[in-house]
Design a protein around this ligand. Structure first.
Ligand code: NDP
Length: 676
């Protein structure tokens, strides 16, 4: 077989590092499959290229353009996924393992693209939270906004998910408008390189948006600034080293880490050997031990079960593990492949020996395993290993040492409080799962263990069929954890985009703030000249365009008619005595929905035109009751716009309903779709 030279993608060119290159070997048979070198790369220039070329190009694109780009990149990965599966086996991963890496990676791009399209505004800036009124007259207001950082995002990734691990960081980074310098882990850099080639060959990534350093990071971190972000996934010890790099500290460089984590899984106190939760728990522990040969940051390392069930659980897990065929990933019957390298296997063996100071090995062997279609001496194969620790309260290593392989420890607990305390001994984890059908158990766990976990999954008979399981990080949910797990959050929907942006509090007049945020703010000038805003196409409609209506007096007949027509004969609208007795009402009052309906009748411009549909309203508040005889009027103002496609876009309208004294009676945001 020819040995591939993994190239670096630097400043717009595929570049081979200088000799001698480092051999990258197959996990399955130890043969050299590729070589990598980053020698001779000018790392300072790499960062400058990202900052000076990639960043400006990305920042010119709007959020929706960046979202569309992510979607297309994900589609390219899916179209050419077989090229990735072809080399996936070198890492020891089975096709099923590769699915979560390759297709899971593309899925993450799709999810971020969709979040970006739907949840991010038109333009380049994210508005955070409501306007804060800072002065009596309302001329001085405050608003938080996010803008993209102007440095480079340095992604240092782990060996276990070379594609997903890269894409789950690239999605939020590119969506934010920041360029990335990707540094995959050397043992599986060939997969990252291939995925980067596929993405670059779409021609969609602006120059400098993504560069690849496929090997040692050299002196990269010596050149970071306060506008850069280092996002790291890997071991706690490397994270510690990089986090305390003198330049990272001196520049105040943002550091996001996701590092090894002693995740736990609890079989609820309500479970019995016959309950569905028992079987689900056993299946999940076995799955987490064997998928990716246990080389998953979220894998279950500690499994806690009610003391009375310990023997039964242990036996059930052992029985299931006995059915797991270890072997060459290219063999059809193989259920679990190899670890990434012989060195990683050695590391796991050493770690298990430490764990065995607290625990007994009750399934598997450190030395031998039946391997299908490969040679145990040459490939990094290891038997699944189940340990049993009787004394979790005093264990020294179980809560501290991560054996990053097919290894898990079962332990007994007496009370739920005890189990929660054991989970917390991991000093902060990415995830815990609880197999329970009890709502009380769930509430207890969240209140007492939430602070120590980035994600908590409750799995039971009602959601198991649809559950994504203990170990799957989801793009829309937080992936990261406190303390030992690194203290970072890699994913979490739009939250993850903000790691690559700066939040700034803006203080200004409402008019200036409207101009900055491209969102009309109350207090800013309005344009209420003809034509009616509903006559304007999406592109013609300016923020601040307003219609102010005539007043309409609401009569008792209107209220009665509305009540009988809709069936809403609630006493506050129908019974003067009863309404008066209510502390909120002076007597009979108009229905809130009547006010909304009359408001629509007042502000509408009814003839066919660019307004295609009303698709909802947000933030509705009824601020003052409306009594018979009150006269209401409406001010409808275009607040913000967002293009959806070539044909139409969304418009948000600020709607203010006032009475004859100009006092607000209702305020809300109306959402419409408008033709272009
Ligand atoms: P490392 O922490 O050694 O490596 C992670 C990444 O950091 C790799 O890309 C590596 O590059 C890079 N790196 C290492 N040293 C430096 C440095 N000085 N400057 C810049 N980058 C650096 O983890 P391993 O991959 O070796 O795995 C070791 C252990 O870490 C595992 O056994 C497991 O316990 C844990 N781990 C946890 C993961 C998680 O997701 N929570 C994932 C992977 C590992 P290179 O490969 O070129 O050295």
């Amino acid at each position: 077989m020819t040995v591939a030279l993994i190239e670096n993608y630097i400043a717009g060119k595929w570049t081979a590092g200088a000799s001698p290159a480092e051999d990258v070997v197959s996990a399955v048979d130890g043969s050299v499959v590729a070589q990598s070198s980053t020698k001779g790369i000018n790392f300072a220039a790499v960062l400058d290229h990202a900052r000076n070329v990639g960043g400006p190009a990305l920042r010119k694109m709007t959020f929706s353009e960046r979202a569309a780009m992510l979607k297309a990149l994900g589609a390219a990965i899916m179209e050419r996924k077989e090229e990735l599966y072809e080399i996936n086996g070198w890492s020891g991963a089975t096709r099923r393992d590769g699915w979560s890496d390759i297709e899971g990676g593309a899925g993450t791009l799709f999810a971020m693209a969709s979040k970006g399209k739907i949840e991010l505004p038109e333009g380049h800036l994210i508005v955070d939270g409501p306007v804060e009124r800072l002065s009596r007259e309302g001329t001085f207001v405050g608003q938080h906004v996010y803008t993209p950082l102007q440095g480079a995002a340095i992604h240092i990734n782990a060996f276990n998910f070379p594609v997903w691990g890269m894409l789950e960081k690239l999605g939020p980074t590119l969506l934010a408008g920041m360029p990335a310098v990707v540094k995959p882990a050397t043992p599986t850099a060939y997969l990252a390189e291939k995925a980067v080639r596929i993405m670059l060959e779409t021609g969609l990534l602006p120059e400098g948006a993504v560069q690849l350093i496929a090997g040692s990071a050299g002196d990269l971190l010596d050149h970071v600034t306060g506008q850069d972000v280092v996002a790291f996934t890997g071991s706690a010890s490397t994270a510690g080293k990089l986090r305390t790099h003198p330049r990272v500290i001196a520049e105040g460089t943002r550091f996001v880490a996701e590092q090894d984590s002693l995740n736990s899984c609890v079989l609820g106190p309500d479970a019995t050997p016959d309950s569905p939760e028992f079987d689900l728990f056993v299946k999940e522990v076995v799955r987490e031990m064997t998928v990716k040969a246990g080389q998953k940051c979220t894998a279950i390392r500690r499994a806690f079960v009610p003391a009375a069930l310990l023997d039964t659980v242990q036996a059930a897990i052992a029985t299931a593990l006995a059915k797991v065929q270890v072997g060459n990933p290219s063999e059809k019957e193989t259920r679990m492949g190899a670890l990434v390298s012989l060195a990683q296997r050695e590391d796991v063996r050493e770690k298990v020996k430490l764990l065995m100071q607290d625990a007994k090995l009750v399934y598997g062997s450190l030395e031998t395993v039946d391997v299908l279609g490969a040679d145990l001496g040459k490939g990094a194969f290891l038997s699944p290993i189940l340990l049993r620790c009787e004394t979790p309260a005093t264990a020294k290593y179980i809560h501290d040492v991560e054996a990053f392989g097919p290894v898990s420890t079962v332990m007994p607990y007496d009370t739920l409080e005890g189990a929660i305390e054991y989970c917390k001994l991991g000093k902060g984890s990415l995830v815990m799962s609880v197999f329970t059908a009890s709502n009380e158990v769930a509430a207890d766990v969240v209140m007492n263990a939430g602070a120590f976990h980035g994600r908590i999954a409750f799995i039971n008979r009602d959601n198991a069929a649809e559950s994504t399981g203990h170990g799957s990080p989801l793009p829309v949910l937080v992936h990261g954890g406190p303390g030992r797990a690194g203290g970072g959050e890699e994913l979490g929907g739009i939250r993850s985009v903000k790691h690559y942006m700066q939040r700034t509090a803006i203080q200004a007049t409402p008019e200036m703030l409207s101009a900055v945020t491209r969102t009309w703010q109350p207090g800013a000038p309005v344009d209420s000249a003809a034509p009616h805003p509903f006559r304007l196409k999406f592109g013609e409609l300016e923020i601040g365009k307003t219609v102010e209506t005539e007043a309409r007096t609401i009569t008792l007949e209107d209220i009665e008619h509305f009540a009988h027509f809709t069936g809403d004969t609630f006493y506050a609208h129908m019974d003067e005595e009863a309404a008066k007795a209510n502390p909120f009402f002076p007597g009979r009052v108009a229905h809130g929905y009547l006010i909304l309906s009359f408001a629509a009748g007042l502000f509408v411009s009814p003839e066919p035109g660019p307004v295609l549909a009303n698709y909802g309203l947000e933030g509705l508040r009824f601020e003052k009751p409306v009594s018979p005889g009150d006269a209401i009027k409406v001010r409808l103002t275009a607040k913000s716009k967002k293009s959806r496609n070539a044909d139409y876009g969304e418009v948000e309208w600020d709607v203010l309903v006032t009475n004859q004294e100009d006092a607000p009676v209702a305020r809300y945001t109306l959402l419409t779709m408008n033709a272009k």
